[in-house]
Design a protein around this ligand. Sequence first.
Ligand code: FES
Ligand code: FE2
Length: 366
Amino acid sequence: MTGSAPALRVAPSGASAELPAELDFWHPVLRSEELEERPARVRVAGVDLAVFRSEPRPRHGGGRVAAVLDRCPHRGASLSGGAVKDGCVVCPYHGWSWAADGRGRSPGNPEGSFRTVAFDALESDGAVWIKRAGTAVPFPRVDAAGFLEIARMRVRVRAPLELVLDNFIEVEHTGKVHYVLGYDTERMDEVICRTEVSAQAVRVYNQGPQKPMPWILRRLFRYPPNAHFVDDWTTTFAPVRSVYDQYWIDHTTGERAGDYLRNTVFFTPIEASLTELFVFLHAEATAWGRLGLNSLALKPITAWLGKLEVGADVKMIEGLADKSTEIRGNQLGRFDKGPLAARNRVRSIYRRGVAGLDAAREPVEE
Ligand code: FES
Ligand SMILES: [Fe+2]
């Protein structure tokens, strides 16, 4: 799976046996507002798709989205460079059109029967999602009922999925890499880190003294000076995503104190060495909301902070001296149980022997 991977060919039946395993699962590929009346090209696991609105979106949501391979089965033009007409994507080369179900029509060969590979596509939670047609997998709904949406972000990282996930499921790096959310490196020994591994999920619970934060942010999140920061997340693997609950507690009483953030991050493999983070940032609508200040205070500052902290992760990951996905042979510490367990699941679910993947495939002992 590389940037120069050959385009997939399509049988006259519309079948393609070559789709990689990652496409079996729902992936968010665009923010809703990024898909307008023209088709868009997206890439997942080295496969280019043309995504389009087969039914226009009314002003307040609705409509339908569709996705087909971004290679016209006629003579290989990029369908995402075409237009949308009557619910179909129209090829910019010879004008054949392709419907959401993959059926094609050639104006010059009206009796002909043509097909391309169509994908399942839908719009939900402010995003456009795709997967291979017909796979029976649950939709990974973003669970943020009762929370205020802060931001939706797509961020690309020039590194393999495993290394991006490693970063997002351990907190030891927060001392050096992060500006405000996390723990001081010098007090990392005080951080409780509990890792629970099950067949479907890896959960990591971290609790320790909040690293110093500027006064203005402390006021924003409304936690007391001696608070402990809790970073409690669960990672599941079909598709790969983590749901982070981040909040503060008064560690003398154990009571919650301050705001509560709920972040959901999808880790989508674009190519072997390119990963996209699709981040849904949410916060509890608390005192700021009651004062009518969410859009003035909580929302823009938290969105800015989210971008800043994710950007710091991206910079560190892209600058790694070693971007191999092999973890064996590394000297690991007590915060590395999550990454180790996650590695095994990514390999068993995504890396099932797809041609071109450069990831190591041998299982790692937990
Ligand atoms: S290449 Fe698409 S219609 Fe000819
Ligand atoms: Fe981080």
